[in-house]
Design a protein around this ligand. Structure first.
Ligand code: SIN
Ligand code: CO
Length: 395
């Protein structure tokens, strides 16, 4: 089945185990009414406003259907541009809206059947009627949630579809696209696409689409980063060595014994050590794809630790910065907590608790061990949390 209806119990129209077994990374799935009665937490004007701000990744794609020509522009855009935009055939796309807008960010909880570190961002697009980004394929799994208005999605779900790109446009558009399915999505409907499925979404009327996109680093990126990490930490004295060298039969030959020593030389970097590999991966995957942390909070706010702990007891809470990525991993009897590329040793309960809580209140904080509290305080000082006060709580 390629089309299902969500049920009160299952957003995906089936238990997550079934979805992961039969569809995830394998087959497209259209879920009607995945978010019943969905009302977009964000309006087109809000998206346009965001696209004018510095540090926001935004693009506009416009299509001229008569000439079949495409135009791509990168933001930030001038504020006076949007009112003069044509009434059709263009799309505004903004990346990372989950970090800019807490209500959009909260939607990610619905995807907790996936590891959070597998999720890259929520991209939101606004399309004027007829607007689209053209037929293309993506390298990542994506959940396309229709948030407002209607969009027609066409996909080609044949095995090994042709994926040759047009050379005349900057966008990676397909030369040929032969859809096997054609649907109109209403607000709350959601289309899941595994990587490599050609798709084309055209706005029927002015519409908003939320794309929950996954993060799947290329094998070359993984290897490159791991090797860089190993190399930067390696001791210079770890070298190719051949203390048992025998007289050379041919001074120009690289023989089998030499190759064994090459492998030994490489292994000195302990590439197969699971602990090192785990630590590197945790740091790698919690590092945001750009070094930029646009939302970076003001470090601390001059309050002392005692004052902060007092505030927490009085109802204040610690709100995690939306750009801070966390993941944890078991390590011996404890755990390692990864925070935006850093690694911290913690008791298991602390690591799990801190990673899962986007907001820590006094009660949460009190449950942490001393080491856990020390880390949270340190993260607060470095802008990974902000101390917030409920509106009417006395300071
Ligand atoms: C869009 O929202 O217009 C494009 C999303 C996609 O095709 O990945
Ligand atoms: Co796409």
């Amino acid at each position: 089945m390629i089309e299902v209806h969500a049920t009160a119990k299952h957003m995906l129209g089936m238990p997550p185990t079934e979805f992961l077994r039969d569809y995830w990374q394998k087959k497209p799935l259209l879920i009607r009414n995945a978010f019943p009665g969905f009302e977009s937490p964000l309006q087109p004007e809000d998206l346009a406003g965001l696209a004018c701000e510095d540090g926001v990744l935004a693009r506009i794609v416009a299509h001229d259907p008569k000439k079949d020509s495409w135009m791509l522009r990168h933001g930030p855009f001038p504020e006076d541009m949007f009112p003069s935009m044509p009434h059709h055939d263009w799309t505004l796309l903004v990346q990372d809206v989950d970090k800019w807008d807490a209500d959009v960010g909260a939607l990610l909880e619905r995807f907790d059947f996936l590891p959070r570190w597998r999720i890259d961002d929520v991209m939101v697009s606004f399309a004027a009627p007829g607007g689209s980004v053209g037929a293309h394929v993506d390298q990542y799994d994506v959940f396309l949630l229709q948030a407002q208005g209607r969009r027609r999605w066409q996909i080609d779900d044949r095995p090994n579809p042709p994926v040759h790109f047009r050379l005349d446009v900057e966008l990676k558009l397909l030369q040929r696209f032969e859809p096997t399915h054609d649907w109109v999505l209403e607000p709350g409907d959601m289309l899941y696409l595994p990587p490599g499925v050609p798709h084309h979404g055209v706005a029927e009327d002015a519409c908003l689409t939320f794309s929950v996109g996954m993060r799947a680093p290329a094998a070359a990126e993984l290897l490159g980063d791991f090797v860089d990490t190993l190399a930067s930490e390696a001791d210079e004295s770890l070298r190719f060595a051949d203390p048992e060298l025998e007289p050379a039969k041919d001074a120009f030959e690289i023989d089998a014994a030499a190759m064994e020593r090459v492998v030994e030389g490489l292994n000195k970097l302990r590439m197969n050590d699971p602990e090192r590999l785990g630590e590197w991966f945790g740091r790698f995957i919690t590092t945001y794809r750009t070094a930029l942390r646009p939302g970076g909070r003001e470090p601390g706010d001059g309050r002392s630790r005692i004052e902060i702990e007092w505030d927490l007891q009085q109802g204040a809470y610690l709100q995690r910065d939306p750009w801070t990525r966390m993941a944890w991993q078991r390590a011996g009897r404890g755990a390692r907590l990864y925070v935006s590329g850093e690694s911290h040793a913690l008791p298991l309960a602390d690591a799990r608790h801190i990673a899962n809580a986007e907001c820590l209140d006094g009660g949460d904080y009190a449950k942490l061990s001393i080491t856990g509290r020390d880390l949270v305080q340190d993260l607060l000082q470095r802008g990974h949390y902000a101390l917030e006060f409920p509106e009417d709580a006395a300071r």
